[in-house]
Write a new protein. Structure first.
Lengths: 486, 133
C-alpha cells in the first residue's frame, strides 16, 4: 500500500514542483518585465533593495509551491493508490474466480459446453473435449456444435439441426431437456451412446444460448445389457427346470400307455409302426428334458479330477466320427497338464457339441482346431467380455472353425434355449444353451468370438483344480473336495 | 404274483404304472399320497411299496420312513421325475441314501419296472433291513 502511495505521490509531487517552478519563473520574469517597461530601473543591481525583495519573494513562492505540492499531491496520490489497490484486488479476485470455475468445470466427468443462440460453442470443459476426441477445449470454441458432434442418429442417418431437441429448446421453449437415447460423434467419426441434459441460458427473459452436460453411457448400456441377458437366462432356466419335472410325468404317461397298447396288441399286429413312432418321440422328449435340465443347471454333475488334455485326446477318435472327410481336425494342446474337477462325461458332451456346431458351420469343409490353454484372470481384467467372472486360474478348452461365422446381431442370442439358425428338424436350439448351463454349473463360463466369413471360436473356461495330485479315477471317496456344487 | 401298493399323485401316471405291474401279473393297490398310503397300510398287508417322491400333503420320504418304522419293514421302490426345485437326479441320489431297495427315474419302461419289482421281491427279507440315515 505504501509503495503504491509512493509510486503515485512522488511523480505527482515532482510534477507539482515543476509546475510551481515554471509559474514562479514566469511570475518572476513578469515583475522584471514590468519594471523595465516603466523605466524605473535601468539595470538590475544584485545588491539593490529591489533585488533583495525579489529574492525574498522568490523564496516565499518556492516554499508556497512546495507546500502546495505536498498538500495537493499527497491526498490525490493516496486516493489514487487506494483506487488502484482496489482495482488490483478486484482483478485478482476475478481471475481467481475464473480459475476456480475452470478448475471446477475441468474436474467433472461430465462433458459440459455452452453455446450461443446460433449453437456456436462459447465454453467447453476438458471432459467435453476428451469425450469428443479433441485434445483441448479451445479446439471447440467458436465451432457450431450440432454439425460437429450431433449430426447423425445412432444408425448413421442424418440428424438435421432443425430436429435437434436441444436446439428446439433454445429457439422455441425454455424447459430443460434430458435425452438418453441419442449418440454423440467423436472427431474420429465414431459415436457413443450419450445421456445429456440441456438448459437454456437466459438474459432479460430471452434465450441467448444453452448449456449442455453429457456423459458417455456405453459402459452403463453394456452392463444393463448383460444384466438383462443374465436375468433372461435365469428366468428361462427356472422355467425349463420347472417344465422338466412335469415333462417327465407326461412322457411317462405317453410311453407307458404306448407300451401297454403294444403288449395288448402283441400277436395281432407285431409290427405296430405307429406305436414305435410314439416311443421314438418319447425318446426325443426325454433327451430334450435332459437338455433343459442341463441349461437350468439342475442336472446332477459327478465331478472327478482329471486332466483336460487327456480327455480331449481320449475323445478324438469318437469326434472324428462326427466329421466328414472334407473337414480336418487338428489339436493344439498345452504341454503342461491342465487338471480340473468336472464331470468328465458332461464335458465330453460339451466338446462333441461344439465340434458338431463347428462342422455344421462349414458345409463346404474346412478346419476345426481343438485347443487348450491356461489363463489367469485377476480382478483387474474382469472387464469387457470377462465381466462378471470370478478371478482365478482357468483351464480353457477352445473349439475354432473356419466356417461362415456368426452375424453380430445373433451372437448374443446363441446361448438362449431354443435359439437355432439350423433348419427345422436339424437342431433343437438347446446345444449351446446346454453347454452354457453345464459350464456355469461347473463354476466356469463360455465365450464366443466370431468374424463373419472367417470363422468362430468357442472358449470354455473351467476353474483349474487346486489339487496337486491326480487320484485314481475310480476312487470316488475324495473326488469332490473342491468341486462346484450343483 | 405279489400285492403292491402304488403311490403317485398323478392319476394318469398311476394308471400307466398299474398297467405295467398288471402285465407283470401283480395285484395293485393305489394311493394318491402318503396320508392315503399310511391309512391303507394300517389294515392291509402288502409285499412291496412303489412310491413317487414329490407329492402334495405327504411326500414319498414320509412314506418311506413310515414303512421302515414298521415292525416288519416293507420293501420299497422309489420313483421320481424330479421337482420344480430339485433335479430328478438329486432326488434320486437322496432316495438312494434312504432305506429303499431300488430307485427309478421317470419315464420308466414296462420292462424296467417289472424287472425291478422282480429283483426286489427276490431280495431276502434280511437284506432289506432299514439302514441308519
Amino acid at each position: 500500500m505504501f509503495s503504491l502511495f509512493l509510486g503515485r505521490f512522488l511523480p505527482l509531487a515532482l510534477f507539482t514542483l515543476l509546475a510551481g517552478g515554471a509559474i514562479f519563473l514566469l511570475e518572476h520574469r513578469s515583475h522584471l518585465d514590468l519594471l523595465y517597461t516603466f523605466g524605473k530601473i535601468q539595470s538590475i543591481d544584485e545588491e539593490s533593495p529591489l533585488t533583495i525583495a525579489l529574492e525574498q519573494h522568490q523564496l516565499i513562492t518556492i516554499a508556497s509551491v512546495t507546500l502546495l505540492a505536498l498538500v495537493i499531491a499527497a491526498p490525490i496520490a493516496w486516493f489514487r493508490a487506494v483506487r488502484q489497490r482496489h482495482d488490483l484486488m478486484a482483478e485478482h479476485q476475478n481471475r481467481e474466480n475464473l480459475r476456480s470455475i475452470k478448475l471446477l468445470l475441468d474436474s467433472t466427468i461430465e462433458g459440459i459446453y455452452g453455446t450461443d443462440a446460433e449453437g456456436r460453442c462459447i465454453l467447453a470443459n476438458r471432459s467435453c473435449a476428451k469425450l469428443l476426441g479433441y485434445s483441448s477445449p479451445e479446439q471447440l470454441l467458436g465451432k457450431e456444435m450440432h454439425p460437429l458432434m450431433h449430426h447423425s442418429h445412432a444408425d448413421g442417418s442424418p440428424y438435421p439441426v432443425s430436429e435437434c431437441r436441444a436446439h428446439q429448446m433454445v429457439s422455441t421453449g425454455s424447459t430443460p431437456i434430458l435425452v438418453t437415447d441419442e449418440v454423440f460423434w467423436r472427431q474420429d467419426g465414431s459415436s457413443f451412446p450419450v445421456s445429456y441434459s440441456a438448459h437454456p441460458i437466459q438474459e432479460d427473459g430471452r434465450n441467448i444460448g444453452m448449456v449442455c452436460t453429457f456423459v458417455d453411457i456405453s459402459e452403463r448400456r453394456q452392463l444393463e445389457d448383460q444384466l438383462r441377458h443374465a436375468q433372461k437366462m435365469e428366468a428361462v432356466g427356472q422355467l425349463a427346470g420347472g417344465i422338466a419335472h412335469d415333462f417327465n410325468n407326461i412322457l411317462q404317461i405317453i410311453s407307458g400307455n404306448t407300451q401297454i397298447l403294444q403288449f395288448e396288441q402283441n400277436g395281432q399286429n407285431s409290427d405296430q409302426p405307429q406305436l414305435q413312432e410314439i416311443l421314438k418321440a418319447v425318446e426325443r422328449g426325454t433327451v430334450l428334458t435332459r437338455s433343459m435340465l442341463a441349461f437350468s443347471r439342475k442336472q446332477t454333475i459327478n465331478p472327478t479330477l482329471f486332466e483336460l488334455n487327456q480327455m480331449v485326446q481320449d475323445s478324438l477318435l469318437l469326434a472324428q466320427k462326427l466329421l466328414t472327410k472334407e473337414i480336418t481336425l487338428q489339436l493344439e494342446l498345452t504341454e503342461s497338464a491342465l487338471v480340473i474337477t468336472a464331470d468328465e462325461i458332461l464335458l465330453q458332451q460339451v466338446l462333441f457339441n461344439l465340434i458338431t456346431n463347428a462342422r455344421d458351420a462349414m458345409p463346404n469343409g474346412g478346419t476345426i482346431t481343438v485347443a487348450t490353454a491356461e489363463q489367469t484372470i485377476d480382478e483387474n481384467n474382469c472387464t469387457g467380455t470377462l465381466q462378471g467372472c470370478l478371478p482365478g486360474t482357468y483351464a480353457v478348452l477352445l473349439v475354432r472353425d473356419t466356417g461362415q461365422g456368426i452375424p453380430e446381431e445373433i451372437r448374443r442370442k446363441i446361448f438362449e434355449p431354443f435359439f437355432t439358425t439350423k433348419g427345422v428338424g436339424k437342431g433343437t436350439g438347446l446345444g449351446l444353451s446346454m453347454i452354457y448351463g453345464t459350464i456355469k454349473q461347473h463354476g466356469g463360463f463360455v465365450q464366443a468370438e466370431s468374424t463373419e466369413g472367417v470363422g468362430s471360436c468357442f472358449s470354455v473356461f473351467l476353474p483349474t483344480s487346486t489339487a496337486r495330485l491326480m487320484p485314481d479315477k475310480n476312487n470316488t471317496s475324495d473326488k469332490n473336495e473342491d468341486a462346484p456344487r450343483g | 404274483m405279489a400285492k403292491i401298493l402304488l403311490i403317485d399323485d398323478d392319476p394318469q401316471v398311476r394308471t400307466v404304472l398299474k398297467g405295467f405291474l398288471q402285465i407283470g401279473g401283480h395285484e395293485v393297490l393305489e394311493a394318491a399320497n402318503g396320508v392315503q398310503a399310511r391309512k391303507l397300510l394300517q389294515n392291509t398287508a402288502v409285499d412291496l411299496v412303489i412310491t413317487d417322491i414329490v407329492m402334495p400333503d405327504s411326500d414319498g420320504f414320509e412314506v418311506i420312513m413310515s414303512c421302515v418304522r414298521k415292525e416288519q419293514p416293507l420293501k420299497i421302490i422309489a420313483i421320481t421325475g424330479g421337482s420344480p426345485n430339485l433335479a430328478q437326479q438329486t432326488l434320486l441320489t437322496i432316495a438312494q441314501k434312504m432305506p429303499v431297495n431300488k430307485v427309478l427315474a421317470k419315464p420308466v419302461t414296462c420292462e424296467e419296472l417289472i424287472s425291478a419289482v422282480q429283483d426286489v421281491l427276490n431280495t431276502p427279507a434280511a437284506a432289506n433291513r432299514p439302514q441308519t440315515i
